[in-house]
Design a protein around this ligand. Structure first.
Ligand code: SF4
Length: 232
């Protein structure tokens, strides 16, 4: 990516004066030192499903009450061979309408965040913990998350990402089975599932739109994640 384009993406993040540093300028992430967030992957429920079968199962799913209020399921989008998996919380109104995660203003900011570290949206895979929109964009409850997570876990098993980026508190807490705050989970390398995929936590772009002063921290998280994957 040329420097002018990168400056434009950084400007979208409100970071006009920042420049990407090389690996030498970054503190080495504590790979493997963060408390293990490993959990037994419960992908067995969906084991054996390939991408098409899994997509069909999700589209027909009525395992929780969100099936009654959704317009459509939002399976996920992107490169099925991607190194990066971006995981958000759940579809919002626009995603529910269009059937694609991270669209609208938050999606545009996510695209800018990715571009700032040299990634096009088409190069990554983007999914949510929940495949259906909770009414009024409320937080998902425990039952909904538990019923839906096996779909994401099967997506992870098929994708075999080199890194996961959990965006937002709800995604991070569900993936890591913790009630810790997002602030407490940032800037660490967590591990997900039996394959121990490195997982880094950052802010949700919708939150960054409401709280632009936190964009600098999100930028730190992206650089941190980029450094982690360079060491995988
Ligand atoms: S949120 Fe997940 S578990 Fe619930 S109906 Fe939608 S796809 Fe099924």
């Amino acid at each position: 990516m040329n420097s002018q384009l990168r400056r434009e993406y950084l400007a979208a993040l409100g970071l006009k004066s920042w420049t990407l540093r090389g690996k030498q300028g970054l503190a080495a992430p504590p790979l493997g030192i963060a408390p293990a967030a490993a959990r037994e992957v419960s992908a067995a429920r969906e084991s054996g499903a390939d991408w098409d079968e899994l997509r069909a199962r999700v589209a027909a799913c009525t395992r929780c009450s969100l099936s009654a209020t959704r317009t459509q399921t939002v399976f996920g989008v992107g490169n099925p061979h991607a190194d990066w998996l971006i995981v958000g919380e759940a579809p919002g109104a626009e995603e529910d309408r269009r059937g694609e995660p991270f669209v609208g203003r938050a999606g545009q900011l996510l695209n800018s965040m990715l571009h700032a570290i040299g990634l096009a949206r088409e190069q990554v895979y983007i999914a949510n913990v929940l495949k259906c929109r909770p009414p009024g964009n409320r937080d998902p409850n425990l039952t909904e998350a538990a019923e839906c997570l096996p779909y994401l876990e099967r997506q992870i098993a098929l994708l075999k990402p080199k890194i996961m980026l959990a965006v937002g508190r709800i995604a991070a807490q569900n993936l890591l089975r913790t009630e810790k705050t997002l602030g407490a989970l940032r800037q660490q390398v967590h591990r997900f599932g039996i394959s121990q995929v490195p997982l880094v936590v950052t802010y949700h772009p919708a939150y960054l739109l409401r709280t632009p002063t936190e964009k600098r921290k999100a930028w730190d998280d992206l650089k941190f994640a980029r450094d982690v994957i360079s060491r995988v």
